[in-house]
Design a protein around this ligand. Structure first.
Ligand SMILES: Nc1ncnc2c1ncn2[C@@H]1O[C@H](COP(=O)(O)OP(=O)(O)OP(=O)(O)O)[C@@H](O)[C@H]1O
Ligand SMILES: [Mg+2]
Length: 262
């Protein structure tokens, strides 16, 4: 059996026509290209996907990006670092049996905890048994070693994380030389919450890779979309590349970001 290459999240948000699938996949490929350029300058080839609040598309984005990264032939590890509400195992149709929580507790090493997937070059470290103290585990004595082992064994490490305005987990991961990819979902995310997140990221002096606009209306209302899809589905992705909250404090605007890649 050949390995599958299609974007798995589509199965979760079906029904989609073939044309929609193509457009959705293409937007992730464009995003991949931009991110790979962004990561070239960084010593550690890893980033986390987060957003201000729940249900903005963090897991869908992290998963689909992992798939398209792996399609280029590099070895990718997707880590489910949402040890509060883990979802990555569902995308690969597995049980959330062992994973990150065991590794961070020192009972398993990364190599024995990761699981292969149906996608060539893509491995997943599931969240594992839900710990009572995810934030402490991420700051704990096995954390550095865990991150080093992940990077040693894989070309790219991508983390799915919980919402940054609710818990500190994503920021703890970012403190370990992990760049931040921030998801904003049009029609759901608010400017207020986005500003709150960006402020926290700026104050902690973390590495900000960019903003992804999920469910982009700009994409849907483009002439191409109007003609072909009649606004039926909203799977557009925009990407604000290289945005730094430090350099320009006025640029935390969702509208500006959406225009960038539309
Ligand atoms: N662009 C999109 N179009 C349609 N549905 C989407 C889109 N992005 C995400 N979804 C759907 O929205 C729901 C929430 O997405 P997802 O689980 O990725 O969000 P999340 O930010 O990871 O949420 P949580 O904070 O609970 O982990 C899922 O059912 C997902 O399939
Ligand atoms: Mg999630």
């Amino acid at each position: 059996m050949g390995k599958k290459s299609k974007i798995a999240a589509l199965r979760e948000v079906s029904p989609l026509s073939e044309d929609d699938r193509f457009s959705y996949t293409e937007s992730f490929r464009t995003l991949r290209t931009n991110l790979m350029f962004g990561l070239v300058q960084r010593e550690k080839k890893r980033f986390l996907v987060t957003s201000a609040l729940p249900s903005e598309g963090k897991t869908a984005t992290a998963f689909n990006l992992s798939v398209v990264f792996a399609q280029t032939g590099v070895k990718v590890l997707l880590v489910d670092a949402d040890m509060r509400n883990p979802k990555v195992h569902r995308y690969i149709k597995q049980k959330n049996d062992k994973g990150l929580s065991a590794v961070l507790s020192g009972t398993l090493d990364v190599s024995s905890a990761v699981t292969a997937t149906e996608y060539e070059n893509l491995w997943v470290l599931k969240a594992g048994q839900l710990p009572p103290n995810p934030a402490e585990l991420l700051e704990g004595k096995y954390a550095e070693r865990t991150f080093a082992e992940m990077q040693e064994k894989f070309d790219y490490v991508i983390f799915d994380t919980p919402p940054v305005n609710l818990v500190s987990d994503a920021l703890s991961i970012a403190k370990k030389s992990t760049a931040i990819l921030f998801v904003v979902r049009e029609g759901v995310s608010t400017h207020e919450e986005l500003k709150k997140s960006l402020r926290a990221i700026e104050q902690a002096d973390l590495d900000f890779l960019g903003i992804v606009l999920n469910d982009s209306k700009a994409e849907k209302s483009s002439r191409y979309y109007k003609r072909k899809y009649s606004y039926k589905y909203g799977y557009g992705y925009g990407y604000g590349y290289g945005y730094s909250p430090k350099k320009d404090k006025n640029r935390g605007e969702i509208d500006e970001v959406s225009r960038k890649d539309a």
